[in-house]
Design a protein around this ligand. Structure first.
Ligand code: XMP
Length: 510
């Protein structure tokens, strides 16, 4: 039986962090919405359940509730903060609304033996963030830890195997937090910590084989991390039945298309079709300067090429995509069926008739995807790639796209990326690239007046790409980049550095 822990999400900001901690302990877990029923849970057959925290008071009318029958399933439960208060309230304990929110680090003291705290010191620091407080424990529950402001910092009912923590073991400010999870998973839920990425790979390979049978799969490969790892996994499972389609629209960075082809075709002997569709993209983009029009044309043409190629291959039943767990959570599609007839992540075709969609990475976080990639042998240069927009360099060449203008940008962009890497700054900057601004200005090279292009350097630090700050690149590094670009790239006589945050600017210029 597969070891599974279900995290019931009550809207807590740390739910994903709980999932991370559980997986770090070697146990597979999934986050489910609080509307999950006891029946659905029973079918999923988990080893234990974790109730997450949440921003509400349990007394708010709109506060998230859960199916009370879950408490009767006899499964071990760990409630955290809001989850702990729900447990206390439902078993008849007293939960009160406090006027002041307790927020921050505080010392907690163990007052009674508990499997949850095996191997922990008598006192340690924990992170509190709550408004409601458990004032008295329900019948048959015992207080197991207290803090200065919180008599019931933790409680348990060992017979029912139900535990509740007022503090947050998942945040790094709580000392021994991972150990608390490990104790719950191993000592209470009896998990054997068997989940590892290598076992994940073997399981997925078997699953892909079972689903696809004798049929054919095509994988859409962009060269980005997620689609590369997903395609490689499918190809490992079914080397003779899978084909990767890599649409080269001629708008990639310098050397990128060749690198993708080399890695997947030569290194992994994958069945890869690189569709050199540059001409048709360029024809469609001729004379187009409006950014939204460029995007629309590229998206549409991408779909057409993809459709044509899959028709040529014929008899294709499955499409593989690199959807990952954050896409699933963010799109609110947690409950979505494994096989869907339409999907549009990353501009993929919506109107081709596939029997099913394969999303082998659907359950993984980004860093886990990278670890799977490493385990499968993908080179780190591919795995450490920064995000690259689907429309490629078309939205970094302001104005009309021509081969000549693209080449200017490619050369400047390569210098920028290399210099950032030489200066060991690449790990600290989340996205950086050059932009051909379309502005010509007067300069002087040697004894001659020039009237040439301006390159802008864009570099940002960001967590989620929704907001961003411009990266503080040291002046000597900027100076070197600028000098190299104006000396080495024909047609450029000026380099500027974009010092705008997002908002109000976006990361890309178009
Ligand atoms: P913006 O420019 O909106 O970019 O601040 C945020 C992130 O999204 C990427 N981006 C795109 N990715 N197709 C994509 O696949 C697009 O049309 C597109 N536009 C922006 C951008 O590179 C950044 O990482």
């Amino acid at each position: 039986m597969k070891e599974l822990i279900v995290i019931i999400d009550f809207g807590g900001q740390y739910s994903r962090l709980i999932a991370r901690r559980v997986r770090e302990c070697g146990v597979y877990c999934e986050i489910k919405p609080h509307t999950i029923t006891a029946y659905e849970l029973e079918k999923a057959n988990p080893y234990g359940i974790i109730f997450s925290g949440g921003p509400n008071s349990i007394y708010d009318i709109s506060s998230p509730k859960f199916d009370l029958k879950i408490l009767e399933l006899g499964l071990p439960i760990l409630g955290i903060c809001y989850g702990a208060q729900l447990i206390a309230n439902n078993f008849g304990g007293e939960v009160v609304k406090h006027k002041v929110k307790e927020y921050g680090s505080t010392s907690v003291e163990l007052v009674c033996e508990s499997d949850l705290f095996n191997g922990l010191p008598q006192k340690f620091d924990c992170w509190m963030s709550h408004m409601d407080t458990i004032l008295s424990v329900p019948k048959n529950f015992k207080i197991i830890a207290s803090s200065l402001n919180c008599n019931v910092a933790a409680m348990q009912n060992t017979e029912k195997r139900i535990y509740a923590l007022q503090f947050h073991p998942e945040v790094s400010h709580t000392e021994h937090g991972t150990k608390i999870f490990e104790n719950f998973l191993v000592d209470v839920c009896k998990c054997q910590k068997k989940w590892q990425l290598s076992s994940f790979i073997n399981e997925k390979i078997k699953e892909i084989k079972d689903i696809v049978g004798e049929k054919k799969v095509i994988s859409a490969l962009s060269g980005g991390v997620d689609s590369s790892v997903a395609a490689l996994l499918v190809s490992k499972a079914l080397p003779e039945q899978s084909v990767c389609i890599f649409v080269d629209h001629g708008l990639l960075r310098k050397g990128e298309g060749d690198e993708v082809e080399r890695v997947f075709k030569r290194q992994f002997s994958m069945n890869l079709i690189r569709v050199n569709a540059k001409e048709r993209f360029f024809n469609k983009l001729k004379g187009v300067t409006n950014p939204e029009k460029k995007r629309g044309i590229i998206g549409e043409e991408f779909i057409r090429v993809f459709e044509e190629e899959s028709m040529k291959i014929g008899g294709v039943n499955f499409l593989c995509q690199g959807t990952i767990y954050s896409d699933v959570i963010e799109s609110g599609a947690e409950q979505a069926a494994v096989i869907k007839s339409h999907h549009n992540v990353g501009g993929l075709p919506v109107n081709i008739n596939f029997k099913g969609i394969l999303e082998p990475l659907r359950g993984l976080f980004k860093d886990e995807v990278i670890k799977v990639g490493l385990e499968l042998g993908l080179p780190s240069c591919l795995l450490s790639r920064q995000p690259f927009p689907g429309p490629g360099l078309a939205i970094r060449v302001i104005g009309e796209i021509t081969e000549e203008r693209l080449n200017i940008l490619r050369e400047a962009d390569e210098i920028f990326r290399k210099e950032i890497s030489y200066a060991n700054l690449n790990e600290g900057i989340n996205q950086y690239f050059a932009v051909l601004t379309g502005i010509k200005s007067v300069g002087i090279k040697g004894d001659f007046r020039t009237y040439e292009e301006t390159i802008a350097l864009r570099a940002v630090t960001t967590k989620d790409f929704m907001t961003a700050k411009f990266a503080r690149i040291p002046y000597p590094v900027l100076e070197k980049i600028s000098t190299r670009i104006v000396n080495e790239v024909d047609g450029v006589n000026r380099v500027v550095f974009d010092i705008t945050s997002k908002p109000p600017a976006t990361i890309e210029w178009e």
